[in-house]
Design a protein around this ligand. Sequence first.
Ligand code: WT7
Length: 598
Amino acid sequence: MAKKWDKVLSWNFTEPNVKWFEGAKLNITENCLDRHVETQPDKIAIIWESNDVNVASEHITYKQLHERVCIMANVLKKHGAKKGDRICIYMPMIPQLTIAVLACARIGAIHSVVFAGFSANSLVDRITDATCNIVITSDGINRGGKQIPAKKVVDEALQNCPSVTKVLVANCCNLETQMTAGRDYWLHDEIASITDVNCPAEMMDAEDMLFILYTSGSTGKPKGVVHTCAGYMVYVAYTFANVFKCGNSDVFWCTADIGWVTGHSYIVYGPLLQGATTLMFEGVPTHPDAGRFWAVIDKHKVNQFYTAPTAIRSLMAFGDEWIKPYNLSSLKVIGSVGEPINEEAWNWYHKNIGKEKCPIVDTWWQTETGGIMITSLPGIHPQRAAHAGFPIPGIQPVLLDGAGQELQGNDVEGYLCVKFPWPSILRTTYGDHERCRQTYFSNYKDYYFTGDGARRDEHGLYRIIGRVDDVINVSGHRIGTAEVENAINESEYVIESAVVGYPHDIKGQGIYAFVICKNIDSNHDHIRTDVQETASRIIGKLARPDKIQIVSGLPKTRSGKIMRRILRKVAEGDTTNLGDTTTLLDPSVVEEIIKGAV
Ligand code: WT7
């Protein structure tokens, strides 16, 4: 830190306006890099494990990482990047991605990482919303046995992104790649052109923006969650240290993609702030086979392993023989994040991976919270299957009833809110502060509303039940129903649609789409395929509906509002009690929908 703060906190949840560590001057990369270069230059900062088992892993020391980040920062400066610019990063899980993120932070540019599974169309929305001027990408992406042409997606997107003037392309796959002269540059050429291996860190105010990360909400348009420098830094460092108990010679592995907040906070910033060794994995859990995670744990002697329930469930389904060849004895703490973990998966994880000796940290948090909010601390708090547990010290969660009253005591269930700010609370939604207020601070006055429902058990442990808004959690990734509806309505067959979530064995929730079609005579399989492909094309693969039911009408109230409650019941396969349907315009459609359920 270059200058200490004058004031720790000022806040109100009305506007909202939250400021932490006002007056402080800092650059987060000095705490991630320079500080460790002084005390432990040769410690491994990043272990990179390739998608391909035949490609050697890379070990990058703090000293090397510092140098590579400085060089990358100088590349960005060479291309005109400066403090406050928004830079979009659309890349696979290769070291250049972490380096790009840190290089942005180094020069005070605001990074907006877009998960590389998103479509060109989604990329356009995100680049445009933040008016990014530079895109950092790669020729392609190695994913299991496939190669995905990332640069092609960027090229398609940039036809509709006039703000972008420069594209820096990492060579990841040796793909033949079209390069637009004056706009596109190979990263290795640019790096080779830099002679200065130092780049002084730009001094940032505590509340300057550090990054934007887009997330789906209940309306069609994703929102850019904004995090700022000092508070995010402090909270992520604090939670990383206390939740994972990562020792000085430990290896920490979070399997998320840096395109999601989990990767930002617990692959990049948290571990590096604490001078830990963080493992970055390019591949997928099932390549070359369903034992890959366990092979990587043994290979690199991973001590803390942090993954998602969807991965646990899918590997559980492959059978225990995939674990047998590995001893997993290095593990000390194992974690779960992204969605509720069901008891069966929790027990399997505890027994087969943690060998009944590793505490499980089931960490509840959100893109908006920046860091972990609720989890039982390993070795300190009691743990209970399917329960995230206790709030992190300093966090003040509450459960509210429908009228906005705080539920007191234990054994209660309600809307999960937080009543006091923590350092990494979102500050705004980029370019639209009113939307931030509306979404998070208007439902219950003077509370941050999470969008989740939760229970506090008889011992005070929290169990997250799930979203109470029109958001589906598919494999730990949030997707708004409205966004999927808007996308599938673009199919040439679709007149109108309604999308809901339903319980899915592996994904946690699947996407169930009810569609009214124009040309009902055409082949239904053909329509279904087109709907799925349209969703993939417009949003990305994660938005592809799992089930599609063609209907002649939707259950609407007289005021034209779709009664999603009914559709959710149908999708869940539980139509015994549909509740009050008397306000429906045409109750007969409900009968038809129940009969046609898929
Ligand atoms: C939503 C946030 C924050 C990391 C990745 C997801 C759900 C997250 C848990 C958990 C039950 C969880 C919530 C939350 N969620 N962690 N341990 N138990 N539910 O980030 O995309 O911002 O989604 O994920 O519903 O609101 P995100």
